[in-house]
Ligand binder design. Structure first.
Ligand code: NCD
Length: 490
């Protein structure tokens, strides 16, 4: 090769319904010139002659994309690429191509693999190199991208004032819509307050109308059934949040008498098909903090659902195997759950590793690894009852790193990268899109987003903090390297 880097990109539309004919494909690409070198046409003629039917399917996909690449979106020249493609038997010393298939094929709307064919080290070789090892004796890289329907965030704390202005873009850059939690000070207890809060969010968005806040009301013992009617009529309120009084940040005005004073409101919510969004922890000081979710299910959630089987309920930020089992046992479409990045990715060791870690402290608190594993198993199984809800909950650094630190993990900037990582590690990237982008709107009876977002498998470093006028916020995984960087298509 002529002292240049050769790039070509093979773009495979591995749609779900095409995946089976890909099965069993085993390809490796060798970049170095070998005794038999081919131009592009010769390569595919060769494939036709030597490949099996399945292999030819792959080759045809390849032909399309090479032509697309030639049309100019590729970095480099393709006039007469010289390379050899060999089919090989499974085995040997590096990651086989069929792992790409195993991990991605059923899933992914689209995957782009970039092979860099270096003949000179003059260009940086390691940019965009994915997690695939280089093949022995030859250099090339693989770049991967997942394109999925744009996700929504079904549990988000945006706060107000300066904090709102600081965090809003992190959500609006990635998510189409978000359920906005009402635990401000004072809490958003009326439709009028929800409308006003929505206005301030829209203002903070500074003209970005692609992001839609879905407002919620904060349930109290005093909420009236009439307020639920108003909420429904407003067209901007999508749920009512139940905070047991004292359970978490800004919950002091929450509910103390669910089965008494709140019952008429809950009945009206059934009439209005208005979902109840539940912070599922008891506040009984006798109950160990790690058991509060489990006990809540027995004492509150099960009896509630028995009394009002048609009430739509979202168990927010599930953290235990009991919670996922319970949600799985309920009627699909009636009871669902949001799942945060931290409860899928961390366990309670992360609170204490190397000293107290306040930025991993949230409520419900992180649990044992066995709970995390159970949540991962349910969510990555493709169960429609589970969907993305970050519970991203920013607090000023000083309010986290102090003698009595607030609960809440700020995860908006890293959420999609972490979800993708968890699904990838579970071998379930094919289930990611339903979790991030389909199950939520389906449950809420809203249309799925039509835009797409691309997650690029490239390493990026999470900032240590985000500064704002009165302080700074420390994100989840601050300073760590992550992959799967999201880009919204314009
Ligand atoms: N998750 C948290 O730890 N904190 C949330 C409240 C909540 O959802 O519990 C917050 O508003 O800070």
């Amino acid at each position: 090769m002529s002292g240049e880097w050769w790039w070509f990109r093979m773009k495979m539309a591995w749609m779900a319904n095409r995946s089976c004919r890909m099965s069993g494909v085993e390809w490796r690409w060798f970049s170095r010139p070998t005794p038999t070198s081919f131009g592009r046409k010769a390569l595919f003629d060769h494939l036709k002659k030597n490949g099996s039917a399945e292999r030819l399917n792959v080759a045809h996909e390849g032909v399309h994309s090479m032509q697309m690449a030639e049309d100019g979106d590729i970095d480099g020249k393709l006039d007469n690429p010289v390379f050899e493609l060999r089919s090989i038997e499974p085995k040997v010393d590096d990651v086989p191509f069929n792992q790409i298939h195993e991990r991605f094929a059923p899933a992914v709307a689209q995957m782009i693999i970039t092979f860099a064919l270096p003949s000179s080290p003059s260009r940086p070789y390691n940019s965009n190199i994915g997690h695939f090892k280089r093949f022995k004796g030859c250099g090339y890289g693989v770049r991967m991208e997942l394109s999925i329907a744009q996700p929504d965030d079904w549990h988000l704390h945006l706060r107000d004032g300066e904090l709102l202005k600081t965090v809003i873009s992190h959500s609006a850059k990635q998510f189409g819509r978000a359920i906005i939690m009402p635990n401000l000070r004072p809490p958003v207890t009326t439709t009028a307050a929800a409308v006003a809060y929505r206005d301030s969010i829209m203002k903070a968005l500074q003209g970005n109308t692609d992001f839609t806040p879905l407002m919620t009301l904060y349930l109290t013992d005093k909420t009236s059934p009439h307020e639920i009617k108003l909420a429904r009529e407003s067209g901007v309120v999508y749920g009512v949040k139940l905070y047991p009084a004292g359970a978490t940040t800004n919950s002091q005005d929450g509910v103390t008498d669910l089965f008494g004073k709140c019952m008429p409101v809950l009945e009206e919510m059934v009439n209005q098909n208005m979902p109840l969004l539940v912070h599922g922890e008891v506040t009984d000081p006798q109950i160990d903090i790690f058991d509060r979710e489990r006990v809540f299910i027995d004492r509150i959630l099960k009896p509630l659902i028995q009394r009002l089987p048609k009430l739509k309920v979202v168990m927010e930020h599930v953290t235990t195997m009991e919670a996922v089992k319970f949600v799985e046992s309920c009627e699909e479409g009636c009871v669902a759950a949001t799942v945060t990045p931290q409860h899928l990715y961390l366990n309670r060791n992360s609170l204490f590793q190397g000293g107290l870690q306040p930025h991993n402290y949230c409520l419900p608190v992180l649990k044992r690894v066995t709970h995390r594993q159970a949540i991962v198993a349910s969510v990555t199984s493709g169960n429609k009852r589970f969907f993305l809800g970050t519970d991203s909950a920013p607090h000023d650094r000083q309010r986290k790193e102090c003698a009595c630190g607030c609960a809440g993990v700020y995860n908006s900037p890293v959420a999609l990268s972490i979800y993708a990582k968890v699904f990838e590690e579970a071998g379930a990237l094919d289930k990611l899109e339903a979790f991030t982008s389909f199950n939520g709107p389906d449950f809420y009876g809203l249309p799925r987003n039509t835009r797409t977002i691309t997650l690029k498998k490239t390493t990026w470093k999470v900032p240590e903090s985000y500064a704002y006028a009165s302080g700074s916020i420390v994100p989840m995984s601050a300073g760590e390297s992550l992959e799967w960087l999201p880009y919204l298509s314009s």
